[in-house]
Design a protein around this ligand. Structure first.
Ligand code: HEC
Length: 134
């Protein structure tokens, strides 16, 4: 009896915790494109961002950014492939804004890492794109 109820219970849990607005395209406000990138001329930005990504972000986004991290299967909203044209077409400012504010299961990183670190990880996300700046 109890065993039979487990799937129903799980469905309820998934429904209750489903991300608000999940599935709709996530757009940063236009003003994010005009944010001044403090690391624009920092040759170490990518390396700094890589460290952060590989400690805080990979578990959902995957080491290669394609959304296949070990925690991805429990997410209701699958994170976009960070190397895709949809993500790569966004400005560093837009990526920074999303990392800062979060949405649904993607937490806000405003209180977790510094402003510079959030910009650094935006720089690192660029390396998943087709034109890999190495
Ligand atoms: C708990 C899992 C999880 C972790 C950890 C996580 N993310 Fe996400 N991320 C998501 C999900 C889910 C979405 C999609 C959110 C949506 O569209 O509502 C997302 C979306 C994003 C986007 C927006 C992509 C787009 O569609 O434009 C960026 C950028 C991003 N994450 C970067 C990061 C960075 C950088 C970190 C680490 C500092 C991180 N994420 C950590 C789950 C996670």
């Amino acid at each position: 009896m109890v065993r039979k109820l487990i799937p129903i219970f799980l469905l309820f849990v998934i429904y209750a915790f489903r991300a608000p607005g999940g599935g709709e395209p996530w757009k940063a406000p236009r003003s994010a494109d005009a944010l001044v990138d403090p690391l624009a001329n920092d040759p170490k930005a990518v390396a700094k961002g890589k460290k952060i990504f590989e400690s805080l972000c990979w578990n959902c986004h995957g080491m290669g950014g394609s959304g296949d991290g070990p925690n991805a299967s429990v997410l209701t909203v699958k994170p976009a492939d960070l190397g895709s044209s949809t993500v790569q077409a966004q400005s560093n400012g837009a990526l920074y804004w999303k990392i800062t504010h979060g949405r649904g299961e993607m937490a806000s990183y405003e209180q977790v890492i510094s402003r510079e670190q959030r910009w650094a990880v935006a720089h690192y996300i660029r390396t998943f794109g087709p034109a890999k700046p190495k």
